[in-house]
Design a protein around this ligand. Structure first.
Ligand SMILES: *Cc1c(COP(=O)(O)O)cnc(C)c1O
Length: 391
């Protein structure tokens, strides 16, 4: 008999996926039902209602798209953009660039507003782009840029978009469930996320919500959406209105998402944001004693993902490999201009735990000592402890 590979238990402290609760795994073993089974339709309604709560929206149009976060990104853009439309897109990291790439493939006239990787987007630069670009269909930005650990303030941008009669589209893949996100209050018209970051469910679904304004724009399209699978008006008919077959959804993933959202609501969104904050603060206090500073400036550091500058002279890939092989801990490296320069440490959803912060610092400290760094043993955990025991 052929030997097949056994997946390993990992402490997932990278840019996603994050660890999930055993309750979520158990939910995935619930019975499969037909996609139009009346009982399953009720489960679907529960999921969409929980998603509205998580997004803090009253948008009727709220559902999970089949596929990972990129499917939500693609669904948002292919549905809202028609060839020749102008899209202003903030790009200050990998995911902003991906938004621009997809918008370009939609045949849109793409105007990018860039910022250095590690910095936030400048609202004045966005305003200028909106002024210069003529009739703009949408402004798109990433809330938490997972490639840099930067959180972008959204409310001012929503106002700018609306002042210029543009829709406001937000990538909330790494923020939903981990960072304060208010779809209605901040004037977000299209917002999508993913299940495997701060929501606490395995990869496989991408929740999306559309404001009534966005739905109106969608209904008035002149050309059919080029993607059948991601056609949001067809998905609306299955998820929210006529209940007609579109494609077979993954029941198991939907059960998992429902359980993860129930867990999130039991904890409370505010408490959840605070937990992400406290653990991120503890991590940063510990990293500082190891000689590592966050890439992002104070005030724009995202709690679910800390991008920390690798100490000079350290082979980042070797340390990261040792973390995985010797300690079973996954963290991420950098992309593009940040390759080899940062570690991306995720404390997302179930993975955002005080004990995990201490475990990681313990392991990192041991590995950095082995690499010859001059650090004082035990100091990082003591620093983290101090933050964790405050309040
Ligand atoms: C992870 C991520 C994505 C892509 O999601 P996948 O699930 O990998 O398809 C998009 N945007 C951001 C900000 C992300 O962190």
């Amino acid at each position: 008999m052929q030997q097949f590979t056994e997946p390993k238990e990992r402490l997932l402290l990278g840019p996603g996926p994050s660890n999930v609760s055993p309750r979520v795994i158990r939910a995935m073993t619930l019975p499969l039902m037909g996609y139009l089974d009346p009982t399953f339709l009720k489960v679907m309604d529960e999921v969409t209602e929980l998603l509205r709560q998580a997004f803090r929206t009253s948008n009727e149009f709220t559902l999970p798209v089949s596929g990972t976060g990129t499917s939500g990104m693609e669904a948002a853009l292919v549905n809202m953009l028609e060839p020749g439309d102008t899209a202003v897109i903030g790009t200050h990291g990998l995911f902003g660039q991906r938004l621009a790439d997809i918008a370009y493939r939609c045949g849109a006239n793409v105007v990018t507003v860039t910022a250095e990787w590690g910095k936030t987007l400048d609202p004045a630069a966005i305003e200028q782009a909106l002024k210069d670009a003529g009739q703009v269909k949408l402004l798109a930005v990433v809330h938490v840029e997972t490639s840099t650990g930067v959180v972008q303030p959204l409310a001012p941008l929503g106002e700018l978009a609306h002042n210029h009669n543009a829709l406001f589209l937000v990538d909330a893949v790494t923020s939903l469930g981990g960072v304060d996100l208010r779809v209605d209050e901040w004037g977000i018209d299209i917002c999508y996320s993913a299940t495997q970051k701060c929501v606490g469910s395995p990869p496989g679904l991408s929740p999306i919500t559309l404001s009534p304004r966005a739905v109106e724009v969608l209904r008035q399209r002149q050309t059919p959406v080029q993607s059948f699978y991601l056609d949001l008006l067809q998905l609306e008919r299955y998820w929210l209105t006529a209940r007609t077959y579109h494609h077979t959804v993954s029941m198991s993933n939907i059960y998992a998402l429902r359980e993860a959202l129930i867990i999130a609501m039991e904890e409370g969104l505010e408490a959840r944001y605070e937990r992400h904050q406290r653990n991120a603060d503890a991590l940063k206090a510990g990293l500082a004693t190891l000689g590592m500073q966050p890439l992002a400036e104070k005030g724009s550091q995202a709690n679910p993902l800390t991008a920390a500058l690798v100490p000079n002279g350290i082979d980042e890939a070797r340390v990261r490999r040792s973390l995985l092989e010797e300690y079973g801990i996954e963290i991420g490296g950098g992309f593009g201009p940040l390759a080899g320069k940062i570690w991306r440490i995720g404390l997302m959803g179930e993975s955002s735990k005080a004990s995990h912060v201490l475990t990681l610092l313990h392991a990192l400290e041991a590995l950095l000592l082995r690499e010859g760094c001059e650090i004082s043993p035990g100091s990082s955990m003591a620093a983290a402890h101090q933050v964790l025991s405050a309040k």
